[in-house]
Design a protein around this ligand. Structure first.
Ligand SMILES: [Zn+2]
Ligand SMILES: [Zn+2]
Length: 323
């Protein structure tokens, strides 16, 4: 099959085309796995963190890509004869960042498989979707609702599902205000989701990019400004999707008492980290302000979100490219 391979950890500044288009062997199924013919694979910022080694792949070469939509081609036999049979041949399914977890640790048994020490990520710890075919455990694929096309589904599997997890972690009540720091792949879907879940909440968008600010206003954000601009009111929660530290400092300044900052980033870059040394405790941390990160995603997050997206017609903006 044809695939895009990452052969070495590299710097994008020195090597702007780090993936190579190659002929490689087709996946062979182990017990409990299904083979998918990939029709779409979303592109995610996390892949830059993999390529540059901030969250390095478990083995090289590796096929990246963790927002995979495909058709079930075949399923392996299972010892109990059941699981793989859940999927009919030609069924349309998705694969998200979560490729597997141990299933029996304290996190797995309490609905927090995203925190499992054995968490394996699609396109990092197992080969992902920048390929004609991929294999994955049958119990870690998700049926795609009919109302969502392949191209619409792909970004919902990470940008959407992890954004949905971030939104849940905000503990927002309808009517409370929400800030979004950065307005790219994930937060534009979060805005659409938040408007559905919290119709009386105002949403404030921070972006350094004027076109993104305009886009946010077109999606009925209450306000859009630059990262260091003050919104017209204090915010009960903020979701930060940027790769740097400046927005963390700015978000803490505009949080209301008891407010929560949720950082939706697998890794932050080091460039502006010294900003943290200038944090002002009384204005940025006191008054019970909280900081929480989002780690990975659970299968329940993905399935809940796909259901919500189908029901509320939450669709991402997207562009298509050939493999
Ligand atoms: Zn992702
Ligand atoms: Zn576990």
């Amino acid at each position: 099959m044809k695939a895009m391979l990452l052969r070495e950890i590299t710097s994008l500044k020195e090597n702007p085309t780090p993936l190579s288009f190659e002929e490689t062997s087709d996946p062979t199924l182990n017990e409990g796995e299904v083979l998918l013919r990939v029709t779409r694979c979303g592109v995610c910022h996390t892949e830059l963190d993999e390529i540059e080694g901030r969250t390095p792949p478990a083995h090289l070469p590796v096929i990246l890509g963790h927002q995979v939509v495909g058709i079930v081609e075949s399923a392996s036999e299972l010892a109990d004869g059941h699981q793989a049979a859940r999927f009919q041949s030609k069924q349309r399914v998705g694969v998200a960042w979560i490729a597997s977890a141990c299933g029996h640790c304290q996190y797995c048994v309490s609905g927090r498989e995203n925190l499992c020490a054995e968490f394996k990520a699609t396109g990092r710890d197992i080969n992902g979707g920048y390929a004609e075919y991929m294999k994955v455990r049958a119990d870690f694929v998700h049926p795609i609702p009919d109302a969502i096309s392949d191209s619409e589904a792909a970004p919902l599997l990470c940008a959407g599902a992890v954004g949905y997890r971030a939104l849940k972690l905000c503990n927002l009540h309808d009517g409370q205000s929400l800030g979004l720091m950065g307005f790219g792949g994930s937060n534009h879907i979060v805005l659409k989701t938040a408007r559905h879940k919290y119709p009386n909440s105002k949403i404030f968008v921070f972006s350094r990019n004027p076109q993104e600010r305009e886009f946010a206003l077109s999606l009925e954000a209450a306000w859009a400004g630059a990262i260091d601009q003050d919104p017209p009111e204090g915010l009960d929660a903020v979701i930060d999707t940027t790769p740097v530290w400046g927005p963390v400092s700015e978000a803490l300044k505009v949080l209301s008492p008891g407010g929560r900052l949720v950082i939706n980033a697998i890794r932050k870059e080091e460039a502006d980290k010294e900003i943290l040394l200038k944090l002002d405790y009384p204005s940025q941390l006191w008054m019970e302000k909280e900081i929480k990160s989002v780690a990975n995603v659970t299968r329940a997050d993905v399935r809940e979100f796909l259901g919500l997206a189908a029901e509320a017609s939450i669709k991402p903006e997207y562009q298509e490219y050939e493999l």
